[in-house]
Ligand binder design. Structure first.
Ligand code: IFM
Length: 701
C-alpha cells in the first residue's frame, strides 16, 4: 500500500473494483450504517482504469496472464505494476505506477501505460468508480457524478453525519483521440477507442484529489490542473525529495542481514507513510490499510509507534499527543458513562476521542453468537500509555508548551480518573480491581502489575510536570493547578500508596492477583484444544482463560518501559518465565520480548522472534481472523516494535534530556547497525560496528 497520513491506498490493481477490496481509506473520517460498527470511510476510487477487447475486460484471469509483477518502491513510496496478458494471441503489456503525494496530502497520482506486439483494437476506460469496498455497510450516500472537459467528479455524503465528500480526477493522454463520456449510477468514465500500433506505448496520467467537508472544489481543481501541467514524472521527482529527506533521518541500516534489513526498511516506510498530518488525526492500529479495528486509534500508537517519531519526526510526535488532548472531551464523557470522574480514554478512539469499541467484538466459533468482551471498560491502561508518551516527549524535546496547551489538563483528568477508579483497601493501600492488562485473554483481573505501575507512573508524571512547569511559569501553572486543587490530595495519596508489584521468592512478578494459581500449561497445549481456526482463546469461556497462557507481552512490557525498576536478575527470571507462557496472539508481542532480551544480553536467543515480529506484514504470518472477526491489514505496532527492538534493544539507546547513550547488545547475526536520532535539533549518527559504538553529531538544524 501507499499512504501519506491523510489516506492509504491499497496495493490493488488498476482494473480492480470493490469485489477485490480496493480502498482509498481516509484518516479521521468515520461513519456508521445502522447498527453496524462505526468505521473509517473508503472514498470513491479515482484510479479505476481498465482495458477492454471486444467488450470483454482485460484482467488477470489465469489463462491469459503471461507475466505479472507488483513492486513497492520503498525509497520513493511508489507502487509499480507490470503485467503481460495474452489477448487473442496478442501480448498486451501494462505498466502502471502510483504514489501518494507527500506534499499536497489530499492528492494521489498515477500513470498507466500499455502497448502490444501486434496491431490490436482496444478500449481504454478510466474514471471514478463509485462502488467501493466496505467492511461494515456502505458509507457514502446521495452519490452524484459530474464531468466537464477537464474533470470527472464524484460527490456524496456520509450516512451518519452527512459530511460532504468530493473526489475529483483529471487525466492526460499521449494520444490524439477524443474520449467519450460514460456515466451511470455507479461511475463516471472516459472511454477511448484505440487502434494500437505495435511497439508504441500509450500513456495515461491520472491526478486525483479529495475534499472532505466544506473544502473549495475550485481550489482542488486548480491544484489538479497544476499537477497535470507539471506531469507525473516531475511530481514523482518532487516526492522523491521528500522521501530522501525522510530516509536520511529515519533509516536503520542493518548490515549483512537482508531479512532484518528488509523487514526494518518496510516497517520504517510504513511509519513514515502514516505520520499524522495534523493534530486532528493520529494513527489507526491497522494504519490506513482499511477498516479493520474500525480505523480506530489504540494504545499501539503511543506505546509502539511513538518512539520512532520522537527520534525522527517530532512534529508528528506532537500531533499524536495533540490528537489525545483534543480527544479529552470524549474521554471525560466515557469516564462519566462508566460512573467515574476525570477522563477515561477510548480503547478504540475515533474523532474527538469517541470510543468505537463494541461490547461484542467477537463471536463464538460454534454458534456464531456475539461474545461479550470487556476491552473497552477493562483496559484502563490506555490512560497510562498517553501519559507515558507525553512525558517522553517533554523530556526529550524540552517543549513544555504542550503542557500549557492542554497537556497538563489532560494529565490531571487522566490522573483524576485513576484516583477515582482505584479502591482504598486499607489506610495506606490502594488496589485496582476489574481490569485487563495488555494480555487480553484474562479479563476482570485484580492488580494487574502493568496497570498498577501505569497508574503510579501517570500520577507521578502529573506531579513532576507541575514541578517542571512551576519553574517555567509559576502563575500560568498555578492557574491550571488551581482548577484541580481539591483533587490533588487524593492523587498524591494514591501515588504514594498504590499497590506496586513485588517479585516473589523466585524473582517472579505475578501478572495479576492469582495468576500463579492458574493451570500452568504451555500455549501448545492450549492451541491443541482449539475447535476452530480462529477461535478466541480468552474471555469468559476461552481455552487460555483458566491457564497461565497469555496473549502478549504484559509483565515483559512493564520491564521494557521501566528498565530501572527491577534488578537485572529479576528481569531475566521474568523473561524466561513469561516467554514459555506467551502465545504471541497479538503482533504487539514478539518485539517486546526481543527488546528486553537484547537489553539482558540475550539477543541471540530471541533473534528469530524479533525477525518473525518484524516481518509480519511481509510474510503474512499473523492471525487474520480472531473469534470470527477479520483483523488483517498493516500492523503498525509491529512496525514500531521492530524499530524499538533495534534501536533500544540491539543498540541500547538511552537518552536523558539532551544526552544520548548507546551500547552494543547486538545479536551475532547482525554485524553492524547505523541510524540517526534527532536530539533537540541536533542529529546524532549512531554506529555499531563489531560491537564498538560511536555517536557522531552530524548537523545542527
Ligand atoms: O491494541 C491491540 C491489543 O493490544 C491487542 N489486540 C489488537 C489491538 C490493536 O492492535
Amino acid at each position: 500500500m501507499i499512504a501519506n497520513g491523510v489516506y492509504g491506498y491499497r496495493g490493488t490493481l488498476d482494473e480492480d473494483d470493490a469485489t477485490k477490496g480496493v480502498a482509498w481509506n481516509i484518516n479521521g473520517l468515520y461513519d456508521r450504517v445502522g447498527e453496524a460498527w462505526r468505521e473509517s470511510v473508503n472514498l470513491y476510487n479515482p484510479l479505476y482504469t481498465i482495458l477492454s477487447y471486444r467488450g470483454n475486460p482485460i484482467t488477470l484471469s489465469d489463462d491469459r496472464v503471461v507475466r505479472h509483477k507488483q513492486q513497492l518502491g520503498l525509497s520513493k513510496g511508489q507502487h509499480v505494476r507490470n503485467s503481460v496478458i495474452d489477448v487473442d494471441g496478442t501480448q498486451v503489456h501494462i505498466h502502471s505506477e502510483r504514489f501518494a503525494d507527500q506534499h499536497h496530502r489530499n492528492l494521489l497520482h498515477a500513470s498507466y501505460a500499455f502497448s502490444c506486439d501486434q496491431p490490436l483494437t482496444l478500449e481504454l476506460y478510466s474514471g471514478i468508480d463509485g462502488i467501493v469496498y466496505d467492511l461494515s455497510g456502505s458509507h457514502l450516500e446521495n452519490t452524484t457524478f459530474d464531468y466537464d472537459e477537464s474533470f470527472l467528479i464524484a460527490s456524496g455524503q456520509t450516512q451518519e453525519q452527512k459530511i460532504p465528500v468530493h473526489v475529483i480526477k483529471t487525466m492526460k493522454v499521449n494520444f490524439d483521440i477524443s474520449p467519450e463520456i460514460i456515466k451511470d449510477n455507479n461511475k463516471v468514465l472516459r472511454r477511448w477507442q484505440l487502434t494500437m500500433e505495435p511497439g508504441r506505448t500509450y500513456k495515461l496520467s491520472i491526478h486525483a484529489g479529495m475534499i472532505i467537508g466544506d473544502g473549495d472544489i475550485e481550489d482542488l481543481k486548480q491544484s489538479l490542473s497544476e499537477a497535470k501541467k507539471k506531469g507525473y514524472n516531475h511530481l514523482l521527482a518532487d516526492n522523491k525529495e521528500f522521501w530522501d529527506e525522510k530516509w536520511h533521518i529515519s533509516d536503520v541500516d542493518v548490515g549483512h542481514h537482508d531479512k532484518a534489513d528488509k523487514a526494518l526498511t518496510y516497517a520504517i516506510y510504513m511509519l513514515i507513510s502514516h505520520r499524522p498530518p495534523s493534530e486532528d488525526v493520529s494513527i489507526p492500529a491497522r494504519g490506513l490499510s482499511g477498516q479493520v479495528y474500525k480505523g480506530a486509534v489504540f494504545w499501539d500508537t503511543e506505546m509502539y509507534m511513538f518512539p520512532f517519531y520522537l527520534n525522527t519526526d517530532q512534529a508528528a510526535a506532537r500531533n499524536i499527543l495533540r490528537y489525545r488532548i483534543n480527544g479529552l472531551s470524549g474521554a471525560k464523557q466515557k469516564a462519566k458513562e462508566y460512573g467515574y470522574k476525570g477522563a477515561f480514554y477510548a480503547w478504540e478512539s475515533q474523532e474527538n476521542g469517541y470510543d468505537a469499541c463494541s461490547d461484542y467484538n467477537l463471536s463464538d466459533p460454534d454458534t456464531g453468537k456475539p461474545v461479550r468482551t470487556y476491552f473497552k471498560e477493562n483496559q484502563i491502561h490506555i490512560n497510562g500509555a498517553i501519559a507515558y508518551a507525553l512525558n517522553q516527549y517533554v523530556k526529550r524535546t524540552g517543549d513544555v508548551s504542550i503542557l500549557y496547551e492542554g497537556g497538563l489538563e489532560m494529565l490531571f483528568e487522566t490522573a483524576v480518573f485513576y484516583a477515582d477508579r482505584v479502591k482504598q483497601t486499607a489506610k495506606t493501600k490502594y488496589e485496582c480491581f476489574g481490569v485487563m492488562g495488555p494480555d487480553e485473554y484474562h479479563e476482570h483481573v485484580n492488580n494487574n502489575a502493568y496497570t498498577n505501575v501505569m497508574i503510579y507512573h501517570t500520577l507521578d508524571v502529573l506531579i513532576s510536570s507541575i514541578v517542571l512547569l512551576r519553574k517555567d511559569d509559576r502563575e500560568k501553572t498555578n492557574a491550571i493547578v488551581g482548577v484541580y486543587q481539591k483533587r490533588l490530595k487524593k492523587i498524591r495519596d494514591v501515588r504514594r500508596h498504590i499497590l506496586m508489584p513485588k517479585p516473589n521468592e523466585d524473582g517472579l512478578i505475578e501478572q495479576f492477583d492469582g495468576y500463579f494459581e492458574l493451570n500452568d500449561v504451555t500455549p501448545k497445549t492450549v492451541l491443541k484444544k482449539k475447535r476452530s481456526g480462529n477461535e478466541y482463546l480468552g474471555g469468559k469461556d476461552g481455552l487460555a482463560t483458566p491457564t497461565q497462557v497469555i496473549k502478549q507481552a504484559d509483565v515483559i512490557l512493564l520491564l521494557v518501559l521501566f528498565p530501572g525498576m527491577f534488578p537485572l536478575s529479576i528481569q531475566r527470571a521474568n523473561l524466561d518465565y513469561y516467554a514459555t507462557r506467551t502465545e504471541h496472539g497479538s503482533t504487539l508481542s514478539k518485539a517486546m520480548y526481543a527488546q528486553l532480551a537484547a537489553r539482558l544480553g540475550k539477543a541471540n536467543d530471541y533473534f528469530d522472534m524479533f525477525l518473525e515480529g518484524a516481518s509480519v506484514d511481509l510474510t503474512g504470518e499473523y492471525k487474520d481472523h480472531a473469534g470470527g472477526t477479520y483483523i488483517g491489514g498493516t500492523h503498525l505496532a509491529a512496525c514500531g516494535g521492530a524499530y524499538m527492538t533495534t534501536v533500544y534493544g540491539f543498540a541500547g539507546l538511552k537518552h536523558k534530556k539532551a544526552m544520548l547513550m548507546a551500547e552494543s547488545n547486538m545479536p551475532k547475526a547482525i554485524r553492524n547497525l547505523h541510524f540517526r536520532v534527532n536530539m533537540r535539533g541536533n542529529i546524532a549518527y549512531v554506529t555499531i560496528r563489531r560491537n564498538i559504538v560511536t555517536i557522531k553529531w552530524e548537523e545542527t538544524t
